[in-house]
Ligand binder design. Sequence first.
Ligand code: DGY
Length: 326
Amino acid sequence: MARCRMASHVFVTRPLPAPGIGLLSDSGFEVRSNPEDRPLSREELLAGVREADALVCMLSDRIDRELLDSAPMLKVVANYAVGYDNIDVGAARERGIVVTNTPGVLTEATADLAWALLLAAARNLGAGERMVRAGEWTGWGPMQLLGEPLQGRTLGIVGMGAIGQAVARRGKGFGMEIVYFNRNRVAPEIESSLGAEFVSFEELLRRSDFLSLHAPLNEHSRHLFNQQTFQLMKPTAVLVNTARGALIDEVELVEALQQGRLAAAGLDVYEFEPKITEGLLSLDNVVLAPHLGSASTLARGDMVRLCCENVSAVLAGKPALTPVPV
Ligand code: DGY
């Protein structure tokens, strides 16, 4: 006999920070969740969505046709991230499933982290910290770990959405010249408030002293940074990536850094995350963070709220607050 379902089921793939998924049970949903702070295996994920009306998933969960087919009741996939390259959005649409993400609420946190990496890479903070911790620092030295200044230098931004703009705003405060490349030119008032100049991708590569990536990962942007593009960049350039790892061909990045074709890199995201491409770990001119872009208490809490609001809206038959763009 079929079981009578009193409440919609929501499946959450990982424990979430405060205010937590209690928000969903308080709204009357039956919530099932992974109690352990680790990504679910594929089998666990497939089993978890089987009876779910809504799914709250992480960027590390692959939401593809197979998964959507094993979730016949599913109406909404709420990604706990702004990037949604982990989801086959086309397949979800074909099945009438709404996909949502978390734009806006993590903009400032991610821009701050991009700047933390940029400054750390520019001023050799990683190498310096390793030296101090290893007990190898013998005192101040006039030649020690000389870095690059920011004032008057050119900051290039790839992807001038909300996060790219927040990074540019900070760059203005550091007295930098801002150039950007984006699929579409942004509104003139945004350009003038940021003092940002729209340039071709090639010009961006040639002019930037610091280059920060904020583009989504898709079939056009995968390996946008590769051997050819590194050749067009200044050998003194610093590359920062807080977007998605696969925007960069990491093997070719390692070669470029080893051969001095790029000065330094600051990375928060990785092509084969959480695996780190061989060679990166032994380079002293690379600062490595473990995908911390949105990891502030404020941003992560707001991401929880937004996911829950999206789930509640769709399950109530209303439009989602932040559906992913068509
Ligand atoms: C995102 O939201 O896409 C970030 O990568 C998560 O921190």
